[in-house]
Ligand binder design. Structure first.
Ligand SMILES: Cc1cc2nc3c(=O)[nH]c(=O)nc-3n(C[C@H](O)[C@H](O)[C@H](O)COP(=O)(O)O)c2cc1C
Length: 270
């Protein structure tokens, strides 16, 4: 399965079949997770908890077999790094028929943090259930999807820009970047806020975060996890489209709107 197809077919799965995960599937995911690096080169420890053995559960999710949780040292860019690596695992799971849901809020944090033996200098930003999706969504899942308008995504030209933030970029004018940007547009985000804003300047693509609320410098920012997800979708799909891009953090200094901050860029190599 191509990554762009996994991006298109993925959705949060909150109703699972109750069938235990096959050993080979869990092994594949844990092997993949061990190698799921991120452009910030920050290591993340991935752990798997069978629901029956661990007693872990979260509200809304039913029929799940396992939880995956990741922990890492507190560090600058931890959020983006976590978003990037976890989304790689999410997309891989999709390619082998395993459902996931990013969970940062709807869980009893203390029981998960205890399960991963979280230390003072570590963070465990999110967890996800793993399992085979049920044929039909539960009523609670349907209500939840309506509540966060889960099917909604901004239009291409609302979030992508041509050289400056006052020049919207249309999908049909995005040329070689079209598919990779479409993959960004379709990404999952916390409460489906879709904070990514992207300016394309010739052979550079600059990613910005439009924050839902003002934050102090250095404050933990869940929307930076969303930004890591966006970077992941962009880089993987750009590579799949044959574009040789490299990651960098070099703020081009474009004028930006309120609560909009620079995150990172990709440059096209010759
Ligand atoms: C960082 C992050 C945190 C999230 N936290 C939760 C959560 O706590 N509970 C939940 O049910 N969904 C959570 N979600 C899932 C989003 O609500 C979901 O991705 C969004 O509504 C889009 O729907 P889709 O994933 O089906 O495309 C989270 C997503 C992200 C990216």
């Amino acid at each position: 399965m191509k990554i762009i197809d996994a991006v298109r077919s993925r959705r949060s799965v909150r109703t699972f079949s109750g069938e235990p995960l096959k050993k080979e599937d869990i092994d594949q995911i844990s092997d993949f997770a061990r190698e799921a690096a991120n452009p910030y080169n920050l290591p993340i420890d991935w752990m798997f908890f069978n629901t029956k053995e661990s007693g872990l559960s979260t509200p809304v999710i039913v029929g799940e077999d396992t939880y995956i949780a990741g922990k890492m040292l507190r560090a600058e860019h931890a959020e983006e790094a976590f978003g990037y690596s976890f989304e790689r695992i999410v997309l891989f799971a999709e390619t082998i028929g395993i459902g996931t849901t990013w969970i940062a809020g709807t869980m009893d944090r203390s029981s998960f943090e205890k399960a991963v033996s979280l230390a003072e200098n570590e963070v465990m930003p999110c967890v996800s259930p793993l399992g085979y999706p049920a044929k039909k969504m539960s009523v609670r899942e349907t209500v939840m999807r309506k509540g966060v308008k889960a099917e909604f995504r901004f239009d291409f030209s609302d979030i992508f820009f041509d050289g400056s933030f006052d020049a919207p970029l249309k999908s049909e004018s995005a040329g070689k970047w079209q598919t990779a940007l479409e993959a960004v547009r379709l990404a999952p985000s916390a409460v489906n806020k879709q904070p990514w804003r992207v300016a394309v300047c010739d052979n550079c693509v600059h990613f910005y975060e439009k924050r839902s609320k003002a934050r102090a410098e250095g404050e933990w920012d869940i929307q930076k996890i969303d930004m890591g997800i966006a970077l992941c979708h962009f880089e993987l799909v750009a590579a799949e489209c044959g574009l040789n891009v490299s990651f960098c953090i070099e703020d081009p200094g474009l004028p930006v709107g309120e609560n909009t901050v620079y995150i990172a860029s990709y440059k096209l190599n010759d």
